[in-house]
Ligand binder design. Sequence first.
Ligand SMILES: CC(C)(COP(=O)(O)OP(=O)(O)OC[C@H]1O[C@@H](n2cnc3c(N)ncnc32)[C@H](O)[C@@H]1OP(=O)(O)O)[C@@H](O)C(=O)NCCC(=O)NCCS
Length: 164
Amino acid sequence: MREDRICLYCRPPACIIEQIVALAGLLTGEWFTANVPEDTRRDLLFHDVFCAELDNQVIGCLIFTSLDGSLQITLMATHPAFRGQGIGSRLMERFVHHARQLGFERVVVLTVPPEVKPAYHATVHFYQKHGFVLNRHYTELWEHGALELVKVLKSETGMISRRN
Ligand SMILES: CC(C)(COP(=O)(O)OP(=O)(O)OC[C@H]1O[C@@H](n2cnc3c(N)ncnc32)[C@H](O)[C@@H]1OP(=O)(O)O)[C@@H](O)C(=O)NCCC(=O)NCCS
């Protein structure tokens, strides 16, 4: 039977980095700009990542780091052959659980405004479905601006989590 699993890599090994860079390459053009695969290779020297793996092959990833007291998603991708099958949602659920366990109160993502690239309507829908709300529109970031989406984390009992 084919085995599918979600793994957390803190400072991932070279073989995982190569697979993530290849995945980012597959999405370059339609989704990502040409710099993204090699930028991601360098980011992964400092960032952590949840990977969805099928038969030891990375078919989805959620890369993240800590910035200004929030966990920030720096790249998320599902292999085109596996999109819309719940992989991104499972990665997001594991990531949010991890963020809560570490005591973070917010998780943040920057994404491309759909008016710049219409394909990103689906991406923004994905984040909103997972509880992210639009916080800010940066007009000076990236080539044509960026949207900041934020999810405020609540404890399992529904209270906003607080650090002592
Ligand atoms: C956004 C993305 C990571 C979601 O992963 P996924 O494995 O497709 O997500 P799931 O199957 O768990 O969720 C599907 C939901 O996401 C939405 N979605 C977002 N982008 C989608 C896409 N390109 N294809 C299919 N569904 C997509 C669907 O509308 C669906 O919502 P619905 O159930 O209400 O119809 C993935 O589609 C992707 O790699 N997109 C291109 C790259 C990208 O936008 N990355 C984020 C950059 S910030």
